[in-house]
Design a protein around this ligand. Structure first.
Ligand SMILES: [Zn+2]
Ligand SMILES: [Zn+2]
Length: 171
């Protein structure tokens, strides 16, 4: 599928159309359709090759870490979001060091080892990949419940745009 790929070695970035299609690899994952992807200063630095690391086995990194998506499929273990929910996926994913108390307790923004991964930045592909992507086990639901606090932190226009795209006004 199509994706915006950054090639740090070649100092290039371009749209590619052979990025692997997403699929659920575990029952705790969800598949989502990307609705919006923001571009920030971090992305500018990545496309000027100041940093940005492709995942293992790839010579490119798919860009994009600020996302709004709609759930289209859920694994059998997933109970806190359902198809149709709007979500924002977390960017940083925990390291696997058994000594890293931060990552072990779900506080990977305070990772002690530096071995974390970040979607669209460090060792994990980002969200600027055609229509869909797989988001693993960490998300903030915008459709109600525990994520209500986050709605206040997002620009209202951003959410309205998402509502219009979904064609409903229930939020
Ligand atoms: Zn950013
Ligand atoms: Zn860690």
């Amino acid at each position: 599928m199509k994706a915006l790929a950054v090639y740090p070695q070649q100092k290039q970035f371009r749209v590619i159309d052979n990025h692997p299609e997403p699929r659920l690899d575990s029952p705790s994952q969800v598949r989502a359709q990307m609705l919006e992807v923001g571009i920030c200063g971090t992305d500018k630095e990545i496309v000027t090759f100041e940093y940005g690391d492709p995942p293992e086995g790839f010579d490119y990194l798919v860009l994009g870490h600020e996302s709004l998506a709609e759930i289209v499929e859920t694994g059998s273990d997933v109970t806190d979001v359902v198809k149709g929910d709007l979500v924002v996926f977390s960017v940083r994913r925990p390291c696997h060091d058994p000594e890293c108390i931060a990552c072990l307790s779900g506080r990977q923004d305070f990772c002690y080892t530096g071995e974390y991964q970040e979607r669209g930045i460090k060792s994990r592909h980002g969200f600027l990949a055609a229509a869909e992507d797989v988001g693993a086990f960490i998300w903030i639901s915008l459709s109600g419940g525990p994520a209500v606090g986050w709605r206040a932190g997002l620009p209202v226009r951003f959410l309205e745009t998402a509502q219009e795209r979904r064609g409903n006004s229930e939020m």
